[in-house]
Design a protein around this ligand. Structure first.
Ligand SMILES: O=C(O)C(=O)[C@@H](O)CO
Ligand code: MG
Length: 259
């Protein structure tokens, strides 16, 4: 079975942020990811990663402010300077924490100028990261516009076109199976078309973004397919638990047993 990561911005929220790492380890996860780690001193995260031995797989570029708001602005026309400033900051965090992937968030935008801005910012970021932090990988993720209205990158064909235009070996697809279902209505077909570009996967049941069971997406079958295809990355649990996090982890135990 694939290696599983816990998204600590969604899971184990029963406890304070810094305690979620050991909860993920105790539950049997192989790694963790955090959407926005910027409000916690890096030294505290480094310490808890050291204690648990869990790798940090992914962080996102910062949102415009630290309390929420629009998600990124890599596609914001005229926002290049701010993008570069925040990307440098994300990379410093990723380097300090050893995060494998940095998800570059497009933000809310539309149209040809936004597309060109996104491609230019990604090209700059990929070149900058290749020189400064060659161990890091960068990702972009199509997100459905019901959950995130106005989000620029909201289609898998659009992501493929952008990845081709940038053409950087350190920039890949973050394939969120939940968003794939919401966007296309057919996650397996979307994976068949675009899965070869995926460097990171996230999962949730489409019904309420809950535990990844065999519902509208047959997750046990998807995990077996990933094994058969030799997918080497992590599969990250990015869902809101129905009740408590631990009570909802039967899917993880079943996946590990099937291995
Ligand atoms: O919303 C998602 O799906 C994500 O993966 C996040 O990175 C967006 O914040
Ligand atoms: Mg996601």
């Amino acid at each position: 079975m694939p290696k599983f990561a816990a998204n600590l911005s969604f899971l184990f929220k029963e406890g304070p942020f810094i305690e979620r790492f050991s909860a993920a380890m105790a539950a049997g996860f192989d790694a963790v990811e955090v959407l926005f780690p910027y409000d916690t001193p890096a030294k505290d995260i480094i310490e808890v990663l050291r204690i648990t031995g869990l790798p940090l797989i992914l962080i996102n570029t910062p949102p415009p402010n630290y309390t929420g708001g629009a998600r990124g602005f890599a596609a914001t026309v005229g926002g290049e300077e701010r993008f570069q400033h925040d990307f440098r900051r994300a990379l410093r965090f990723a380097d300090a924490l050893g995060a494998r992937h940095v998800h570059i968030m497009a933000g809310e935008a539309d149209g040809g100028a936004a597309h060109d801005t996104f491609v230019a910012n990604l090209t700059w970021a990929a070149e900058f990261a290749a020189k400064k932090s060659p161990q890091r990988s960068l990702t972009i993720e199509p997100i459905n516009t019901t959950d995130m209205p106005g989000y620029f990158l909201n289609d898998f064909d659009q992501a493929a076109e952008i990845l081709d235009q940038v053409g950087a070996p350190n920039l890949g697809l973050q394939f969120d199976a939940y968003h794939a279902h919401k966007i296309t209505g057919d996650m397996p077909a979307t994976w068949a078309k675009h899965g070869a570009r995926a460097v990171h996967i996230q999962i949730a049941d489409p019904d309420g973004r809950r535990e990844p069971v065999a519902g509208a997406i047959d997750y046990p079958a998807f995990f077996a397919q990933l094994d058969a295809e030799g997918y080497a990355g992590y599969v990250s649990a990015e869902y809101t638990p129905r009740t408590s996090t631990d009570a909802g982890l039967k899917w993880l135990k079943a996946a590990k047993t099937a291995a």
